[in-house]
Write a new protein. Sequence first.
Length: 156
Amino acid sequence: MELAAVRPEDRELLWNINQKYLYEMTNYYDDELDPQGNLHYGYFDAYFTDPQRNAFFLYDEHRALVGFAMIHPYSYLGKTPDHVLAEFTIFPMYRGKHLAKAAAEMIFGQFKGHWEVKYNEKNVAAKGLWNKVTEKYRPQMTRMNDTETVLSFCVT
């Protein structure tokens, strides 16, 4: 796995793949399309202006783009984490190859400190991934509402 920072010239690519990811997330959230057929992502521009926000492309060993991750330090729980995993996906055609686990471990290995990761309880695959990958960090589990859970943990 390779983690590559999204550069300003990669903005359109990130927008396009984020839209596909957001569309997939409509299986769990009731988001509406805008008049242009896009799903709203209010913080997208901030990933190119806020130095505390980082976006990464995820590449496999063959240098194929297999997913992306977006990280910021803004808590879901009103705390002060170092890192919050805002968005993360491995594209459907690359799933089932343990790439998500490898990418998550790579991210946590590069970004030490206090983390928050949120998942939707209806997203069984995400729930399984995040509970398994974070198990060694002994996360605190916080139910935000009927459908969302946040895992808080420290990577040293």
